[in-house]
Design a protein around this ligand. Structure first.
Ligand SMILES: [Zn+2]
Length: 179
């Protein structure tokens, strides 16, 4: 689940934050983390996504040429889904504030308008994924299969092969047989 989001300037000013109503945040932990990000920035030339695990949380961030976007999620949340969300948020924020970000002096309150982007989402934003076959949580790569227009996710190819979705009639037969 997306617990908290920060959008920062490259020199560490907080442009925008958003918290999921259900989440709890250890502000001390985050303070230290945001400080540490600056060390990363010095070493980061690409806009590659990085993440850090802290107790039961995962902080994932993308350093862009103008902004840094940080997501706090559960440490078992799926990396691919987090990456997608991180890229989408970075792209949306940059297209919405393109002109403002070019200016030398930036009034932070202008970025509150980014709330309108989140009106498209239903909270909490779920980022955990479990295998339709073995039910294990999938943290990294997954494969998918479509059945009756519904998409199923699997942790590996053998789970995908093993999975035989029962349709309603088969299901009822099964219940009748076991009664
Ligand atoms: Zn599986």
């Amino acid at each position: 689940m997306l617990e908290k989001l920060w959008i920062l300037s490259k020199d560490g000013r907080v442009f925008y934050t958003k918290s999921c109503p259900l989440s709890e945040t250890n502000e001390n932990l985050i303070g230290g983390f945001l400080g540490a990000i600056h060390m990363f920035i010095q070493e980061t030339i690409s806009s590659e996504i990085k993440s850090i695990n802290m107790t039961n949380k995962k902080l994932s961030f993308q350093v862009d040429e103008d902004i840094i976007v940080v997501l706090q999620t559960d440490y078992l949340d799926n990396t691919i889904l987090i990456t997608k969300l991180l890229k989408t948020i970075t792209f949306q924020f940059k297209s919405m504030f393109q002109e403002i970000l070019k200016k030398k002096v930036v009034k932070v309150s202008q970025f509150n308008k980014f709330d309108t982007y989140f009106s498209n989402f239903t909270f909490p934003i779920e980022l955990s994924l479990s295998c339709a076959s073995c039910n294990d949580l999938i943290i990294f790569d997954f494969t998918t299969k479509e059945h009756n227009g519904e998409k199923f996710h699997f942790c590996c190819e053998s789970c995908k092969k093993l999975y035989l979705p029962l349709d309603l009639n088969e299901n009822q037969n099964l219940i009748n047989l076991t009664n």
